[in-house]
Ligand binder design. Structure first.
Ligand code: NAP
Length: 326
């Protein structure tokens, strides 16, 4: 049996692993069979992670975090968690391979998944012109006209990146004001290949076997029109990945896992949550990493309180998550 199993391999999971491994907890980290590394694997240059003044590519940053976690003894498994039993004193984790693992504590750091518009053509043509990842699929749209849906930082980032390939990128936004940060907006607005389509929602994606256009509805006057294009990149935010724990952990009104104040303690003793799965607001690589730290420290205190970590007994209920030094 493990002292701690960490589920998730984004900045929260790997940072929790670095701290837990350095505390000699010999963590097992379940990294997913296909999406290891989390959202940063789908991003290009990360310009705002401290310590990299020239920026660093998302996948390279994740590889470095993994290397650091493994250096201190983290074991990484590339498999998917298919079910969890978090209710007992001993937590059970069942993997896609059929393997079962047990642990005294769990760090749940499964992040978030791209939000879908929820229209028929989107599902039908997913992978045939509809995409949720510009860095994965942008290459296929050389010299083509495409659209990015959304008005946040992700949409600006994707649109700007896609101008490397596409001849034209429409940004379709449901309002006349962007949600994105000023620097990302300015970059997109200055790009000649980007055209903003304001006050518009995508009500259908057109095409039989491949995307040929989108149907737009004006959110002000309700009028509809078709826009011919060959690709649609949906960048309208993310939803926390909580399906594994719905019946077992309390969730918030935002759909994120509930945690106790500034700690990572969930409604289930011995289960700690970190990263985008608990954060409806900030959702940055660096805030996820910080919350992974909190989770690992909370695990340490929890195990110490059980008398298993070789540390003096502490009452976990008295810890506010900020009591330990790094
Ligand atoms: P976001 O900030 O929540 O923005 C989502 C955008 O999609 C909003 O403009 C929203 O419109 C629109 N939207 C939501 N649901 C929609 C729907 N059903 N149909 C049409 N449009 C819809 O999400 P995000 O852009 O993914 O960013 C998430 C977080 O990651 C943010 O904190 C962001 O700063 C961060 N991030 C940072 C970077 C960076 O710094 N390099 C890059 C990417 C993301 P409304 O504006 O009308 O609500």
């Amino acid at each position: 049996m493990r002292q701690v199993i960490i589920i998730g391999s984004g900045p929260a999971g790997f940072t929790a692993a670095i701290y837990a491994a350095r505390a000699n907890l010999e963590p097992l980290l379940i990294a997913s069979s296909v999406e290891a590394g989390g959202e940063l694997m789908n991003t290009t240059e990360v310009e705002n992670f401290p310590g990299f003044p020239e920026g660093i590519m998302g996948p390279e940053l994740m590889a470095k975090m993994q290397e650091q976690a493994e250096r201190f003894g983290t074991e990484v498994l590339y498999d998917d968690v298919v079910s969890l039993d978090l209710t007992g004193d001993i937590k059970k984790v069942v993997l896609g391979s059929g393997a079962e693992h047990e642990a005294e504590s769990i760090v749940f750091a499964t992040g978030s998944a791209p939000r879908k518009i929820g229209i028929e053509g989107e599902t039908r043509l997913s992978g045939h012109g509809v995409s949720y990842c510009a860095t994965c699929d942008g290459f296929f749209f050389r010299e083509q006209q495409i659209a990015v849906v959304g008005g946040g930082d992700s949409a600006m980032e994707e649109a700007t990146f896609l101008t490397k390939f596409a001849s034209k990128v429409y940004v379709i936004h449901r309002r006349d004001e962007l949600r994105a940060s000023k620097i990302m907006q300015d970059r997109a607005r200055a790009n000649e290949k980007i055209e903003f389509v304001w006050n518009s929602e995508v009500i259908d994606v057109l095409g039989d076997d491949a995307v040929t256009g989108i149907l737009l509805r004006d959110t002000v006057d309700g009028s509809e029109r078709e826009l011919p294009l060959t690709g649609v990149f949906v960048a309208i935010g993310n939803d926390p990945r909580t399906h594994l724990v719905h019946q077992q952990l309390e969730l918030t009104e935002h759909g994120t896992v509930w945690v106790d104040g500034r700690t990572s303690r969930t409604s289930q003793p011995g289960v700690f949550a970190a990263g985008d799965v608990v954060d409806p607001t900030y959702r940055q690589a660096v805030t996820a990493a910080a919350s992974g730290t909190t989770a690992a420290l909370d695990v340490e205190h929890y195990l110490a309180a059980r008398g298993d970590a070789g540390a003096p007994e502490v009452d976990a209920s008295e810890i506010d998550g900020l009591t330990d030094a790094a």
